[in-house]
Design a protein around this ligand. Structure first.
Ligand code: GLA
Length: 316
């Protein structure tokens, strides 16, 4: 598939982890439409880890957990599609997912076909339970080929946390977006450190393949799976969103979209910020900071289309 702009959507992991089910997904799809997120450009509803049974069936197929998803995945996909949104799921390069559910290692072709049959539009593909001396790049390529042959246009979202210089090969391996760092947590330093670690790597981002700085924690206020006691203020969330937008990262919301404060909604649907994120030329940022020693003062410049430009001033 050709992804021309940083993908936008919502993902279950940051807030809900294993506490997911079809009702949550359907209510969240409703909320994305009702609360204006779909109109703002967010389109993918992604179920992260913990959706399947711990064992494959006798034919080797992945099985959706019938307690969490009593009507099966096709039903959920159809519902998400009926709202004009797209449907995403999760698997892993290794033998198991990070939470210990079956991974797609040596089941890539079977799983890609299964996902396509369910109506999946997006696959997040993690990196746990894979031998440290194995060739991760090759396994991502296998899944990319399997997805491409599946008969459905499925966005391929790699998640190897920046290992093995992923930014240098993701595009050539058929990856549409790639996680470039370890997991985000709901505190300001986590978001800031992730962004600052990627300034040099944004030269690899361009239409078709994007550096993914992880799901946003904006609006979590310390609650949920990656929430913690250093909950952030709205100004800190604004800063996070500005960094993700200016740097051109995919924008995947991580808070509970059914219950958002007005401030969260204002930050996440800020039209000018989103337009900056979605600028068609998808250029990287240039660090033009001139302060000689203060690491908390940063200035970034970015060329936009039509000869325009953006400058971000940050006082961390
Ligand atoms: C890894 C990923 C996270 C999430 C979890 C699920 O830690 O980086 O984003 O998908 O696995 O177990």
């Amino acid at each position: 598939m050709t992804v021309k702009k940083p993908p936008m959507g919502w993902n279950t992991w940051n807030t809900f982890a294993s506490n997911i089910n079809e009702q949550l997904i359907m209510e969240s799809a409703d909320a994305m439409v009702k609360n204006g997120y779909k109109d703002a450009g967010y389109e993918y509803i992604v179920i992260d880890d913990c959706w399947s049974l711990k064992q494959r069936d006798e034919e080797g197929r992945l099985v959706a957990d019938p307690e969490k998803f009593p009507h099966g995945m096709k039903y959920v996909a159809d519902y998400v599609h009926s709202k004009g949104l797209k449907f995403g799921m999760y698997s892993c390069v290794g033998t198991n997912t990070c939470a210990g559910y079956p991974g797609s290692f040596e089941h890539e072709w079977q799983d890609a076909k299964q996902l396509a049959e369910w109506g999946v539009d997006f696959l997040k593909y993690d990196y746990c339970y894979f031998p440290s001396n194995g060739d991760g790049k090759q396994r991502y390529l296998v899944m990319a080929q399997a997805l491409r042959a599946s008969g459905r246009d499925i966005l391929f979202s790699a998640c190897n946390w920046g290992n093995a210089k992923v930014e240098t090969w993701a595009r050539a391996c058929g990856v549409d977006m790639y996680r470039s760092t370890g997991d985000i947590f709901d505190n300001f330093n986590s978001a800031k450190d992730i962004a600052m670690s990627q300034v040099q790597n944004y030269c690899y981002s361009a239409p078709g393949c994007f550096n993914d700085m992880d799901m946003l924690t904006v609006g979590m206020y310390g609650k949920g799976n990656v929430g913690n006691e250093n909950a952030q203020s709205d100004v800190e969330y604004q800063t996070q969103f500005a960094l993700w937008c200016l740097f051109g990262s995919p924008l995947m919301i991580g808070c509970d979209v059914r219950n958002m404060t007005p401030a969260t909604k204002e930050i996440l649907t800020n039209k000018e910020m989103i337009a900056l994120n979605q600028d068609p030329e998808c250029r990287g940022v240039i660090n033009v900071t001139t302060h000689p020693w203060d690491q908390n003062l940063k200035v970034f410049f970015r060329h936009l289309s039509d000869g325009e430009y953006a400058i971000g001033f940050f006082n961390f």
